[in-house]
Design a binder for this molecule. Structure first.
Ligand code: GLN
Length: 464
């Protein structure tokens, strides 16, 4: 049911006090998962819900959790970093303005990998986020806190950002829906930049309907972000499973852990039983996509993160030494290991002589990948693969081995490199652990992908 909470609040069958109190009870119950970096006070939230119900917006009174790299006026935006530990945003991101205009109330900010660099929310200055289904394991990253807030039903919907899989990975590991929108359909104004050419803000939800609603509300052209596009996503209703053509990305499916692969095979078999035409397609480029992604992401990051120099905002040391010393110490203390690694590598990649060897080559891989996926998407309506090649790993398992950590992004980065929309839909469990399927569609087919995700979910779980 589409945001029943809003209906109940408007009808009066759920009071603002009961709604907010039960939300804070759940926050307390799941405190060990470490999903939040900041919470608004209970009294203030109750007041805001009451205030919001006076205007019957489509999200009237609805509590929403927001990843801590998206600006919400008056709240901290730490990006999971010591560097921004005390930074308070003076303005709302465009997506926040849009949600507030429909009556949403921002409950708080969620924990994330430092500057969104990671796949398991373990690089956060505030400690790792834990998986609700097995707290010894990761909930995925980098938007781990936003995913956990929805998976534990603290909130019905939340926002994350996805540069290389940061919405889809945690959606998959926690058993919920998460969308990385078509590049340019959601404004990045107010999102702290990590790698601009790759990232989008997107929603997490418990149902496909809620995902579509939030996506519809946050998307649209924005004069404050010149990369946003005028075109609106094409309508997604009325999918006829018998005329649908699905392309299974066989090589990345085969490279996944056996229990994950077998779940995806179940999904594909279920689809073909319903008459869907399933074609096997081979990525071929899969050895190159992770290196290309990291070369581009680190290059952009090294440039974006130059602004944290302790002068205008963020961590700053008191030093009477020369500016080089102050700058070096500020950055040395403010950033964690993974962020430093990426700034160093990014600066190296962009330096004279290496630029051609690494950066330009990565751009060529990106162009080849765009051509390849677009040509697949002329033959099929949607591509399917596991969202993640593995089940949620134990905390600590990958964090000291960056290359292994980077490799688990192999399925998700292809959507960021190409700008295509992609989502993760929950398709079942292996023991207590969740598995998600990734659907990738042609540019602007976001709403179609979301409807299809609803159908796939239903066919794996039955109607709820
Ligand atoms: N794991 C990827 C990275 O560290 C993706 C992160 C993201 O999407 N923000 O770059």
């Amino acid at each position: 049911m589409n945001l029943e909470t809003v209906r109940k609040l408007i009808e009066g069958s759920l009071t603002p006090e009961d709604y907010v109190n039960s939300t804070f009870d759940k926050i307390e119950k799941f405190r060990n998962l470490n999903a939040f970096t900041y919470l608004e006070s209970r009294d203030k939230v109750i007041l805001e819900v009451k205030e919001s119900l006076k205007n019957r917006g489509r999200l009237a009174g609805l509590l929403v959790a927001v990843k801590d790299n998206i600006s919400v006026k008056g709240m901290p935006t730490t990006c999971g970093s010591r560097m921004l530990k005390n930074y308070i945003s003076p303005y709302d991101a465009t997506v926040i303005k849009k949600l507030k205009a429909e009556g949403a109330v921002i409950l708080g900010k969620t924990n994330m990998d430092e500057f969104a660099m990671g796949s398991t929310t373990e690089t956060s200055f505030f400690g790792p986020v834990r998986n609700p289904w097995d707290p010894s394991r990761t909930a995925g990253g980098s938007s781990g806190g936003s995913a956990v807030a929805v998976a534990t039903d603290i909130v019905k919907v939340s926002l994350g950002s996805d540069t290389g899989g940061s919405i889809r990975a945690p959606a998959s590991f926690t058993g919920i829906f998460g969308l990385k929108p078509s590049y340019g359909t959601v404004s990045r104004y107010g999102l702290v930049a990590y790698a601009n050419s790759l990232e989008q803000i997107g929603p997490f939800a418990q149902t496909a309907e809620d995902l579509a609603l939030i996506y519809g509300l946050i998307s649209g052209e924005d004069p404050r972000d010149s990369t946003t596009v005028k075109e609106r996503p094409i309508d997604g209703n009325s999918i006829d499973m018998r005329s649908l053509r699905v392309g299974l990305l066989v090589d990345i499916n085969e490279a996944s852990e056996p229990p994950v692969r077998s779940k995806i095979n179940d999904v594909v078999n279920r689809l073909s039983d319903q008459g869907t035409i399933v074609k096997e397609v081979k990525l071929g480029l899969s050895d190159y996509v992770v290196p290309a992604y990291y070369v581009i992401a680190m290059s952009e990051a090294s440039s974006n993160l130059a602004r944290y120099d302790g002068v205008r905002y963020g961590h700053s040391i008191d030093g009477d030494g020369n500016w080089r010393e102050v700058y070096g110490k500020t950055r040395g203390e403010g950033f964690g290991t993974e962020v430093k690694r990426r700034i160093l590598l990014g600066s190296f990649i962009l330096s004279a002589g290496y630029y051609e060897q690494y950066y330009l080559k990565a751009l060529k891989v990106r162009t080849m990948l765009i051509r390849q996926l677009n040509s697949f998407l002329r033959e099929v309506d949607v591509l399917i693969s596991p969202t993640m090649p593995i089940l949620p790993p134990k905390l600590g398992e990958l964090i000291d081995d960056p290359v292994r950590m980077y490799m688990i992004d192999v399925n998700t980065v292809i959507a960021n490199l190409t700008g295509l929309p992609a989502l993760s839909v929950p398709v079942g469990e292996v023991g207590a652990l969740k598995v998600g399927a990734q659907l990738i569609g042609s540019y602007l087919s976001d709403l179609f992908l979301i409807s299809l995700a609803g159908t796939v979910h239903e066919s794996m779980h039955g109607r709820e």
